[in-house]
Design a protein around this ligand. Sequence first.
Ligand SMILES: Cc1ncc(COP(=O)(O)O)c(C=O)c1O
Length: 441
Amino acid sequence: MLGEKTITADNELTIAGCNVVELARKMGTPLYLYDEEHMRSNMREYMTSFSESYPTSVVAYAGKAFLCSAFCRIIQQEGLWLDVVSGGEYYLARQANFPPERIIFHGNNKTDWERREVLKRGIGRWVIDSEMELEWLMEEAQNYSKGKLPVLFRITPGIDPHTHRHITTGTVDSKFGLPIEGGVAERAIAQALLSPWIEVCGVHCHIGSQISSLEPFEKAAEIMLEFMASFQKAKDFVLRELDMGGGLGVPYLDQEKEKFPSISQYVMAITDKVKETCARLSFPLPFLLVEPGRSIVNTAGSTVYQVGVIKEVPGGKKYVAVDGGMSDNPRPILYDARYQAVVANRVLSDTREVVSIAGKCCESGDVLINEIELPKMESGDILLVEGTGAYNFSMASRYNLLPCPGVVFLRQGEPYLVVRPENWGDLVQKDLIPDYLGKEC
Ligand SMILES: Cc1ncc(COP(=O)(O)O)c(C=O)c1O
């Protein structure tokens, strides 16, 4: 099993001292569950590793992995910054009173409205992603309400991190960032230096997500620092901040546990490489930022479902259908992601069989787990899919109008509802019927 879980004398699953079966029966399914202490301990591993090896640094949690108002409090309490990628994420953070000077604002296409709102309300770092965005900001930054606008430039270091192509972002043909190649990044930064309203802090890269080896991160750090040093030579200006983005991968299956470096190994690899490269290039050690998402929340999260229809099809394949699916977890259909599960009301059993866990959406591809050996299940059983903490709740859709599950934080034996489940009323709340269509169907 992933994360900290125990089994009761009745063969039922508990997480953070909470009985998963009782929770599911009481609060309904599907439901996202998060072990709060597990997330806090991942944050602390980042913070402690950095404070020991490279104190002039910031850890900014990447909100796109999972965000809600209660979680903003936890991020703040643990001393992290927050990376947001849209006006919506920014708004949520500000509504939760997350300090604007600790927010990093990303996005390859920040809309007029998003740019205006953020300039009005304040930001810690603004990450410029394109020449066109810079052009707009050269005009708009004069409206910044808090002095000079602190910016980083997102740069594509030209690295292939060998992860799924949809989560590879640092190659030169990526839609994100400014390429080093052809002098594009250098030209843009030099242009920004001419603005009296922009404070050029440094550069950013994010090479991809779910990366299983340290080497691409080390390579990226080296390329970025070489760029920073060559910029200093060419323009006599020190880019003093380096943001290395996120991307550290995590195991989704027990057999992958050895495959991924730990958080502290990742921090050590990056900070060692930065120190070594700066020494080689005689470049001053930069202020270092990272933006982890998945490695903080994924293993701490799981989704609990109730088993419904069980069906054997010609050829012998057996489907066990649950009351959620690709609407609460699109990752299997998007990335061929693989998951493991636990039958929460019958964790250990000698009677086991191979089944596929089907979602209830109208897509034959909506299969959460293809072929997994589990205790023999019956309709009404409670199934927990593990490792769904990142990019599940945040990527949930309204497909087939399945209401979005609620989110519960589990802490010292107590469940805390932090996002209430959607209901059918929520699904039609925003609909409008113009008068010309008449009052009745
Ligand atoms: C700019 C940026 N920073 C951080 C992250 C977080 O990545 P991860 O969840 O893999 O740590 C992402 C994810 O895509 C990203 O685009």
